[in-house]
Design a binder for this molecule. Structure first.
Ligand SMILES: NC(=O)c1ccc[n+]([C@@H]2O[C@H](COP(=O)([O-])OP(=O)(O)OC[C@H]3O[C@@H](n4cnc5c(N)ncnc54)[C@H](O)[C@@H]3O)[C@@H](O)[C@H]2O)c1
Length: 260
């Protein structure tokens, strides 16, 4: 591929479907020439496994200068902690954490040479909050938050910004539990904004981090979750008369007794 004079180029991993496809489409609207990478086939998608260092380097050499890199590709493998297969744990870390390192190194080279660029890592509210039976997923995303800050620190002086976007509950093909209408309804009810997120909710924020509108923002994580990560206190029971979930009757009676 040759450089097109004046055009800006963005690379999006995991862009064959879901949030990655929405990000790629949104950056194209902003005038980027978008290179879509995925292990899946798809129109306009270059096949690339981000855990394959040689393949990533080869594609980076062939696409030319890159202005924006979005590390979006990731996988889930669910298992209760006592049942987590250590090989699965490693495989998830390999894709979700080592993969973004490989792409950052490979596509970051032209950013470093030209002294500008923006890297956006897609993390998760799982990086902040424990979630039952997610295996290595939350650990991989917490690691990616750390890698985001490290990239911002080490490459900031060389003109490169790095930020992260943390989706909440986003209905996509890959997030299979949202294929169930009851789960969708129940989960939407738990979100302060009372709906699940759409891929476009994430792509709009990525477009901001990719653009010069965020020129002085680096090393930040923006959770795009309809307020879900702020809602921990809503789960706590309250005494009668205070709005919110009430104490169960037996517990309330016990409380009255103790107060006397
Ligand atoms: N959907 C949600 O509720 C949600 C919540 C929090 C975070 N996220 C994050 O958002 C991002 C996108 O999620 P999604 O819901 O669109 O998932 P998805 O499964 O629909 O899309 C992920 C894409 O990554 C690709 N991919 C997987 N392994 C790859 C590899 N080794 N090399 C290249 N491509 C690979 C897949 O083929 C797929 O197209 C992920 O980073 C995910 O962790 C999603």
């Amino acid at each position: 591929m040759n450089d097109v004079a004046g055009s800006r180029r963005a690379v999006v991993t995991g862009a064959a479907r879901g949030i990655g496809a929405a990000i790629a489409d949104r950056l194209a609207v902003d005038g980027f020439e978008v290179i879509r990478l995925d292990v899946l086939d798809g129109e306009g998608v270059l096949q690339c496994d981000i855990t394959d260092a040689d393949a990533v380097r080869h594609i980076a050499d062939s696409v030319g200068d890159v202005d924006v890199l979005v590390n979006n590709a990731a996988v889930w493998r669910f298992a209760a902690l006592e049942d987590v297969d250590p090989d699965d744990f490693s495989a998830v870390l390999d894709i979700n954490l080592r993969g973004p390192l490989l792409t950052t190194q490979a596509f970051g080279r032209s950013m470093l040479r030209r002294g500008h660029g923006s890297i956006v890592n897609i993390v998760s509210i799982g990086a902040l909050h424990a979630n039952p039976a997610v295996g290595a997923y939350s650990a991989s995303k917490a690691g990616l938050v750390a890698l985001t800050r490290q990239t911002a620190l080490e490459w900031g002086p060389r003109g490169i910004r790095c930020n992260a976007v943390g989706p909440g509950l986003i209905a996509t093909e890959g997030a299979g539990l949202y294929h169930d209408a009851d789960i969708r309804r129940a989960r939407a009810a738990a979100v302060p904004l009372r709906r699940l997120g759409a891929p476009s909710d994430i792509s709009e924020v990525v477009a901001f981090f990719a653009s010069d509108a965020s020129a002085y923002v680096s090393g930040q994580v923006l959770y795009v979750d309809g307020g879900l990560s702020s809602s921990l206190m809503t789960t706590l029971p309250r005494p009668p008369g205070i709005p919110g979930p009430q104490l169960a009757p037996a517990a309330a009676a016990q409380g009255e007794h103790n107060d006397a």
